[in-house]
Design a protein around this ligand. Sequence first.
Ligand SMILES: [Ca+2]
Length: 139
Amino acid sequence: MVSFPARRGDDLTNLAAGRPVAASSSQLFNGAGRAVDGDLGTRWASSWSDNQWLRVDLGSVRQVGRVALAWEAAYARSYRVEVSTDGATWRSAWSTSTGDGGTDVVSFAPQQARYVRMYGLTRGTSYGFSLWEMSVYAQ
Ligand SMILES: [Ca+2]
């Protein structure tokens, strides 16, 4: 887990809360929307294969500088946090190949983006990728 303490005056609004989401795959009863419903008891889960993603649409281009990912037991070993202004061209804002589950709070140089996605490259278990919640912040 990597964490950066917030400072007084920081905007702590979760830009992903309740926003439209899409995923490369979802399990029945564990749809993509469950990763942004603000409930740490509901989750998104992908099919049981590598290279799966979950994308949130912030609604407009915003400053994005921090993403929190609360992994269920089915975590990602390697994944990227990617951002896009148009949903078509993506750039990596942060990545790891040593993911160990739990909650990852990742910070990076703030950038302008409308879409943010978790791109799971390899799984930590034989199951899929599963997130209780993914939240996005300006900084
Ligand atoms: Ca949830």
